[in-house]
Design a protein around this ligand. Structure first.
Ligand SMILES: [Zn+2]
Ligand SMILES: [Zn+2]
Length: 323
């Protein structure tokens, strides 16, 4: 089992139960808050509620602050780039219903797999490694230390490899340094994806329509008297609709083979399992908890991962902290 969370959480009792729909609870978020500020506030709230997730959420807060700064940095750099340099946006990532296999390889210059913002990204990488070294759980901190001591030329390869979507969707990042690279690049992926008009209507695949990665989680959003299920890419944060009673791992449609579990600690998070391909994905039900932030609540609910993995289910796609 992979994971860097606290494994000593007392046994989480999960049980299947029918899922009722409801209305989101009202909330009073400040409009001017950036998405990162919202995520940070949510992480602070959850860390207070769930001490077992305190370490991972504390680490996440440092990462989110860094990501916010990097996003702004890239935004400024991109705005000051010449029109030629702004070719960092992939020219065509989604035509029709096929997902793009490699978002940046669509660039015409095959030798330039990385975008024009590469200098800005590389100059921010040491600061990122420093934060990870200081704030991450020991295993990740050790990897960050080793990376910070390796020649900076190797960082370009690492970031390039992480940026390129896997050739085969079944491929998962296996090298822990690749998870760090993905976490570092996440705001950049979000930035690039937000600048590309994606035609999501009629898109029925389970892979991210922008970067071809498997979804990191699912989100149930209120729709009429029920809720629709969307899948969410943990890298570029693209969200797209996907049928509710279908396994995003193997397309299984038999209800009996798709058990759903919830735990008392997280009544609004479903562990959606598949007894055919033995994978699971966590689904954040915003119709039950309108305050939840899918990314952050997914991180906080690490006992659900331990529970599912103890029962032989593998996570469809690990989150950016390799959990
Ligand atoms: Zn994506
Ligand atoms: Zn399946």
């Amino acid at each position: 089992m992979r994971g860097i969370g606290n494994r000593d959480f007392p046994g989480t009792r999960l049980r299947t139960r029918p899922v009722a729909s409801g209305w989101p609870k009202p909330h009073n978020r400040r409009v001017a808050e950036t998405l990162w500020q919202q995520r940070i506030r949510r992480a602070e709230t959850l860390a207070a509620q769930h001490p077992f997730a305190g370490q991972i959420l504390g680490f996440y807060i440092h990462i989110a602050r860094f990501q916010q700064d990097l996003y702004r940095h890239i935004e400024r750099a991109s705005a000051s780039n010449s029109p030629e340099r702004s070719a960092g946006v992939p020219p065509a990532v989604f035509h029709g219903k096929e997902p793009a296999s490699r978002p940046l390889s669509g660039q015409q210059d095959a030798g330039a797999t990385f975008p024009p913002e590469l200098p800005e990204l590389l100059s921010s990488f040491p600061r990122f490694l420093e934060i990870v070294e200081k704030q991450a759980p020991a295993r990740l901190a050790q990897i960050a230390r080793a990376l910070s001591q390796s020649p900076s030329a190797s960082w370009t390869d690492l970031l390039n490899n992480a940026w390129s979507a896997p050739d085969q969707p079944s491929e998962q990042p296996s090298d822990p340094s690749e998870f760090l690279a993905l976490t570092f690049l996440q705001p950049y992926a979000e930035f690039i994806r937000s600048r590309v008009p994606l035609q999501l209507e009629g898109y029925t695949y389970s892979l991210c329509p922008f970067c071809s990665r498997k979804p990191a989680l699912a989100v149930l959003r209120p729709l009429g008297e029920g809720a629709r299920r969307n899948l969410l890419c943990g890298f570029c944060l693209c969200e797209w609709e996907f049928r509710r009673i279908v396994c995003p791992g193997c397309d299984e449609k038999d209800h009996a083979k798709l058990p759903v579990y919830t735990a008392a600690e997280f009544p609004y998070i479903r562990v959606e399992c598949c007894d055919t391909c033995h994978t699971y994905i966590k689904s954040i039900d915003l119709s039950k908890n309108g305050l939840a932030d899918p990314l952050v609540d997914e991180l906080a609910s690490v006992p659900l991962d331990l529970w599912a993995q103890d029962r032989g289910y593998a996570k469809l796609h690990p989150n950016l902290l390799a959990m």
